[in-house]
Design a protein around this ligand. Structure first.
Ligand code: SAM
Length: 225
């Protein structure tokens, strides 16, 4: 297995190329740009129009970038976010300390970025009044939440690298974990993935993608009376 490598994406923010999975954690065309586009704009800001209390599950905590941009957004909009981040293969503290997200986004909360990484597994903490946080060291395949989340950031490695994480079984677990009217967003717009999402009950929207990507997907657990 080759080693992980930290590299700079086109917007100046870091990403990691995973030696284990031979794929990068974010788009090469901009890690921060992708995080804002797919998860903040298409999911969090979309939900925050109608509610301030928001439960989020992240599929793949990875570098903590999505969690950090969500913390910044919670502070900016005075939201009340409960964030559950799932991860089976955490990055090292050396990698965390190298990542330039606090410097690129807002260095005032660098301590909170580090705290998310150093916090205990399975131990909810209050990072800020607007942002409660818990990391769970587990595989996506074991997720068994029911009607718990308003939003899922589905940020698994791409289907080419890990097809098993885009299966009917996993997507049904995501559907079950969402509350009615809950949404899942992902950078992925593959036809087969959208068809599998539909088959487990999701309503699908194709939205414009992040830089240099035509489309992304928002899936809603629409409950029809
Ligand atoms: C695309 S990266 C996530 C990027 C992350 N959201 C961020 O902001 O940096 C996918 C993540 O899924 C994790 N992962 C891969 N297979 C997994 C599995 N079966 N269960 C849990 N985590 C897994 C990887 O270790 C990696 O951190």
């Amino acid at each position: 297995m080759s080693k992980d490598e930290i590299f700079i994406t086109e917007d100046g923010s870091h990403s990691i190329h995973s030696g284990k999975f031979d794929v990068s954690y974010h788009s090469r065309h901009g890690a921060i740009a992708e995080a804002y586009h797919v998860f903040i704009d298409a999911a969090l800001r979309f939900k925050a129009v109608i509610q301030k209390d928001i439960q989020i599950m992240e599929i793949g905590f990875g570098t903590g970038l999505n969690a950090y941009v969500t913390l910044l957004e919670a502070i900016k909009r005075n939201l009340n976010i409960t964030y559950t981040a799932i991860e089976a293969y955490p990055i090292t503290m050396n990698q965390v300390e190298t990542l330039n997200y606090p410097e690129e986004l807002n260095p005032d909360y660098k301590d909170q970025f580090i705290e998310m990484h150093t916090s205990e597994w399975d131990a909810p903490i209050t990072i800020r009044e607007e942002f409660s946080f818990e990391k769970k060291l587990m595989k996506f395949e074991e997720i068994d939440f029911k009607n718990q989340f308003d939003i899922i950031y589905f940020d698994a490695f791409a289907p080419n690298a890990q097809p098993e994480l885009w299966s009917e079984d996993i997507l049904r677990r995501m559907y079950n974990a969402l509350k009615p009217d809950g949404i899942l967003t992902t950078y992925c717009a593959k036809g087969v993935v959208k068809r599998t999402m539909k088959s487990v009950g999701f309503t699908i929207e194709a939205l414009p993608g992040p830089p240099r990507k035509r489309e992304m997907t928002r899936a809603t657990k629409e409950i029809i009376d």
